[in-house]
Design a protein around this ligand. Structure first.
Ligand SMILES: Nc1ncnc2c1ncn2[C@@H]1O[C@H](COP(=O)(O)OP(=O)(O)OP(=O)(O)O)[C@@H](O)[C@H]1O
Length: 477
């Protein structure tokens, strides 16, 4: 629970904003003058202060330094009815957390509070980990207890040079965490070399990793160093390490033990001082039992382990992640920032997100495109497959009886009835692709045959499996 101070004289707005904040589980105190606000800030602890820039007894900007320097060093959100770019710049330079024009609804304003609280909680939480650089963590959003535990583990691993194994379902943020570990380690500033083991053609894995000498194979007309050498001094990130062919696992184990290797077709021994971070969405212990992964390699990889939980197990992080990515998307599309309809986050929180944060980011990207210049995101802007899924689930749970309707209702607050044809077609294709891939998983004994049957390339097949969060483990016979 955070403690919030609101400094404003507009009673109806104050009442609604206070209600919203209490509803979020925080404690609110109100002050209707700067004098009272200064006294309160000096005598009580506050996490966040909403400060009106124009108060009857003076300028909120003048009171800002005293409030920022109050004993609890609160985060201050300045709000105003008359936006002024110069004043905004000054406020931020003076240390305000944010400067906002008073939005139409108190609810929208309460949402900007989420980020301030999250930022503050992290700041306090991370104080003992002096090595962590705030700037390198700005893209890791989430304040749930699970996320805090992961950030603790991140801080621990960043302080050592041990190999790290990051596990978790597809799209949970494994690469993001790997980056953050690298950027907070002594190797920050050196190379972070990413190897997507799932996308490496089996015949070329060794030459890509180890490099090759001139004449090593047909077409090798000059020698070429590999990714292991490129990572010298920095970090080597092996994504989807479970896909590394067994033959390569053996030679890679040697590299891990000795940090020495030979290029394909080469006699000379080379050295590379890299730190290894590996990631997997597969159960490597099961793969070891099935003789698909080397036990000694797993043992080495797992010197330090970090397990990232699926998004559905930290669903409270969804609004903050959504705000973060919508802001980024609007910025990259050159759009004005967007606010959210009251039920937008409710809908996001009801969905299970099998593709985790990546699926959420994709859904938001499509929502922002669908809304274009509309300032508010509604559930109707979400991809149709999500709305169909939720409508079906809620009908099945008997929460939403639509006995006479042959089609699920697809609208959000607007209550639209029929999807656009293009959306319906997309939903049908998605459903068919998923059914096909599941069948393919049970019929094909291995990846090579799955590609042969489906006519898909290895990387396209992996991309589709990832899209639908289907495991890439085939029947092992
Ligand atoms: N905690 C988070 N806060 C904000 N964005 C996140 C978070 N975690 C993941 N993302 C975003 O989700 C997307 C997927 O993240 P990332 O590629 O790191 O996942 P992954 O687990 O490595 O996926 P895969 O297993 O498919 O390789 C990225 O756009 C990333 O920025």
């Amino acid at each position: 629970m955070a403690r919030i101070l609101i400094i404003d004289t507009n009673q109806p707005f104050l009442d609604t904003l206070s209600r919203e904040i209490c509803h979020m589980g925080h404690q609110v105190t109100a002050a209707d003058s700067l004098r009272q606000a200064r006294a309160l800030a000096a005598s009580s602890d506050f996490d966040v202060v909403f400060l009106n820039a124009e108060m009857p007894d003076g300028s909120g900007m003048d009171a800002l330094p005293a409030i920022i320097e109050a004993p609890s060093f609160p985060e201050v959100i300045i709000f105003t009815d008359v936006g002024d770019a110069d004043q905004a710049e000054l406020a931020i330079k003076m240390g305000a957390w944010d400067y906002v024009e008073r939005p139409a609804t108190a609810r929208a304003m309460a949402l900007s509070l989420v980020r301030a609280i999250q930022y503050r909680a992290r700041k306090i939480h991370r104080q003992p980990h002096t090595t962590l650089n705030e700037e390198t963590l700005k893209d890791i959003v989430g304040d749930s207890p699970q996320m805090k535990r992961c950030l603790d583990r991140l801080a621990l691993s960043a302080g050592s040079d041990a190999n790290v194994l990051i596990s978790g379902e597809t799209g949970v943020g494994k690469e993001l965490f790997a980056w953050a570990i690298h950027n907070n380690s002594r190797r920050a500033g050196k190379r972070f070399v990413v190897v997507d083991c799932a996308a490496l053609p089996e015949t070329l894995v060794e030459s890509i990793l180890f490099g090759y000498e001139r004449g090593a194979f047909t077409g090798a007309d000059k020698s070429q160093s590999g990714l292991i050498k490129r990572a010298d001094g920095g970090t080597l990130f092996l994504d989807e390490v479970g896909e590394l062919p067994l033959s390569v696992q053996k030679s890679f184990l040697r590299v891990l033990q000795e940090h020495k290797f030979r290029q394909v077709g080469g006699g000379q021994q080379l050295r590379s001082d890299f730190r290894l971070i590996a990631a997997t969405n597969r159960d490597l212990d099961v793969m070891v039992q099935r003789h698909r992964f080397r036990k000694d390699l797993l043992f080495r990889l797992r010197a330090f382990s970090l397990e990232l939980p699926p998004l559905r197990e930290r669903i409270e992080d969804v609004p903050a992640i959504a705000i973060h990515h919508v802001d980024k998307l609007c910025e990259s599309y050159g759009l004005n920032g967007k606010t959210f309809s009251p039920d937008f986050f409710e809908v996001l929180k009801r969905y299970q997100w099998p593709g985790n944060v990546r699926e959420l980011v994709n859904a938001l990207e499509r929502s922002v495109s669908a809304a274009r210049h509309e300032p508010v995101l509604f559930p109707k802007h979400l991809p149709v497959y999500i709305r169909v899924h939720l409508a079906r689930a809620s009908v099945e749970q008997g929460q939403q009886a639509t006995p006479n309707s042959p089609l699920p209702r697809l609208g959000g607050t607007e209550g639209a009835v029929l999807p656009r044809l293009v959306d319906a077609r997309e939903a049908a294709i998605a459903e068919l692709e998923q059914r096909y891939l599941k069948e393919l998983m049970t019929q094909a004994p291995d990846m090579r045959q799955a590609c042969a049957i489906s006519g898909l390339s290895r990387s396209r097949l992996y991309a589709l499996l990832k899209k639908y969060n289907l495991p890439s483990c085939f029947r092992l016979s």
